[in-house]
Design a protein around this ligand. Sequence first.
Ligand SMILES: [Zn+2]
Length: 434
Amino acid sequence: MTRIFTALLAGIALAGTALAQDRADSETSVTIIHAGHLIAVPGERMRNGTSIIVRDGRIDSIEDGYVTRDGAEIVDLSSHWVLPGLIDAHVHLLSERGPDSRIQPFTLSSADRAFIGVRHARRTLEAGFTTVQDVGGDLEAILALRNAIRNGDAVGPRMRVAGPSITPTGGHGDINGFNQRVIENFSSPGACNGPSDCARAVRSLIQAGVDTIKITATGGVLSNTAAGLEVQFMDDELRAIVQAAEMMGRRVTAHAHGVTGVNAFLAAGGHSIEHGTFLDNESIRLFRSSGAFLVPTVMAGEFVTLEAEANAAWMTPFQRAKALQVGPQMVDMLRRAHRGGVQIAFGTDSGVSRHGDNAREFELMVEAGMTPEQAIIAATINGARHLQMESEIGRIAPGFHADIIAVDGNPLENISQLRDVDFVMGAGVIHKAP
Ligand SMILES: [Zn+2]
């Protein structure tokens, strides 16, 4: 008995030593990237022929010329354009639109969802997106996925998550188009009615561990209901949601197509708008006076338009009608907002479109009149500010996370270069190399 106990103890001690050794190795790891063309801070001047010193997952320094250090791993990107890892502020990693979408709420468990999320997370990271904000999905699954990536149990981008959307009962974020017995059992945990109930819904999600709050301020394209695209919350509900979130240190972002929802939410103190399809001059004024961000998700508009025009089998008649109403407006919406001086953060609504195709959004942003540099700023500097992580991500600078990507052509001249990323480093770990 004693002997077994002693052997066990020795085993634990050995395992402990191995663990300590692992840690010591990773603590001293230095990687040096030889960057041919470095866009360290999008919007600032490009530098040629520099070395980025990465230590323990963070940027240590940037030096002129190609330097080496004893024991350091050297990455040769001397013929590449190197820039900060990209930030997508609007994804849904737990799903991807397809023929099974409508049945999946009844067939998949939270655990199933989390594993599906692992696959999408890896694809997103390999496309150059090193940080994402997930704005709507199964609560248990999305928290587990975020934590697994954070702890190194899964490979994916750094995540901020909202969990289920706060929605009025029967609103865009709730279940629609099924019989009453299904509705009773599958109504969204984010459904609420009246200011105090909506404050309760916000507080419950924060208690569960979400990083941010997402609401559906208006109807949406893919809910199976003819409830329109205008505002679905009362003004006092919107104010209660924003106030409850702010009191506990969270921001609120709103899915909004119709102008009544965009303007009511911004007037209630909301922090950002997703989509913004029918925004007007009053919306632009509200955006500018509050400093709220617009996350345009033009890609989602393009995707649902193409699917509706092709009569995709997965679309119901309600969805199809709304897709043709919303989709074609979105490039023009972004053009008006950008011209009007609204701050733009990059977001794609991936999960509606395919995960990993996120960089298509850059091309649509340029089509809407943004320069390639402005589009890149939206996915780095502005993305970081929107996520309140501007001292951690969004630029290659000492002390920041070593989130670094590279492409083999100049993205400031041809934005489509970003659709084919050759190198991805997330928090100092290389996930893709040329
Ligand atoms: Zn979305």
